[in-house]
Structures are given as C-alpha cells and as structure tokens.
Write a new protein. Structure first.
Length: 178
C-alpha cells in the first residue's frame, strides 16, 4: 500500500497563488506537450483522494473528466456530486485514517493524494509514503502553501531528481520509517 503526493510547487513552496489560481503553471514552455510523468503515476495508482477545493478546480477547467481511476472527494460541505461525475467520483468525509479505512476496504490501496489541505491533513496523520514534488522556478510571494504545521517532524529519504523541460526539477522522496 502506498499513498503518493504528486504535485507542483513554486520555489517558495506554494501550490496556488494569492488568488487561489494555478494559472502560473501554464506559463511553462512545453512544446512537446509532455505530461511530466503524470501518466506513469496514474499507472501506479488504483484511485485518487482529493479535497473539495481541488475537485472544484478540476471541474472549472472545462475539459472532459481527466481521470480514468475512481476519485474519492473529501468534503464536509458537499452532499452530492455534480451531474456527469456520479460514476467517476465518490464523496467521503472523516479523518484521514477513517477515510483510508473506507477506501482500503473497497480494495483501493495505492492512492494519489491531491489538494493542499488534504495533503497537509494526510501528512499530520503520517499517511504519506511517497512525495513527488516538481519545483517550478517562480516566486509567488504568498498563496496556498504545500506544507503546514505538523505535530512532529516527518523524515523523508531523498530518492532522485529529474530535470524536465529545461526549467523545472522533479524531486522524489520516500517516507523514512523506523
């Protein structure tokens, strides 16, 4: 079983700007249309766990549903999903450990964890096994931070770095457990 964070962050550690936008990610030169390893990640996972804000942001892109795996949307506010994703996304609530118990009981064990607050909450519960963080060379000066306060330090082991598009670096880390 593995819970994997796969996300891009600015040099100063933000995943969205002060307005909650991720438009700055689209400014990267990508003439080849590289998915930057996203397809490879999707082959490794059984499903996705994302927060409501991230889910709503994905819906706002105005594209066809981008995932071919079940998406578990964490929300205490939503009571139903929008039309068109009912068989692709599923609402859950509870603590990260409760959520993982529910998802694992359904047979999903390798999960992509997405969304700032969701990632922070899963880190607080020590439920992240791997992080793949692509650093974008921009300073946003504020916004939504990738990391938040922790109850205690969590140690990760560096695995490797991979330069992409001649301007970004993808860093791989595994959770160092005793």
């Amino acid at each position: 079983m593995s819970n994997i964070v796969y996300i891009a962050a600015s040099l100063d550690g933000y995943i969205a700007d002060k307005n909650g936008s991720v438009d700055w990610l689209h400014e990267l030169p990508n003439p080849e249309g590289s998915d930057m390893g996203f397809g490879e990640l999707m082959e490794r996972v059984d499903g996705l766990v994302m927060g409501r804000n991230t889910f709503e942001m994905v819906l706002s892109f105005g594209v066809d549903w981008p995932y071919n795996k079940p998406v578990f949307v964490l929300s205490n506010r939503l009571t139903q999903l929008p039309e068109g994703v009912e068989d692709k996304a599923f609402l859950l609530n509870g603590t990260p450990k409760e959520v993982m118990s529910k998802i694992n009981a359904l047979g999903y064990n390798n999960l992509y964890i997405d969304g700032g607050v969701t990632i922070q909450n899963f880190l607080k519960a020590d439920l992240i096994d791997e992080m793949i963080i692509t650093t974008i060379p921009v300073l946003l000066g504020g916004g939504s931070p990738l990391f938040g306060d922790l109850l205690e330090p969590l140690k990760f082991s560096y695995v490797k770095s991979e330069p992409l598009l001649d301007c970004v670096v993808k860093n791989y880390y595994f959770r160092a457990r005793d």
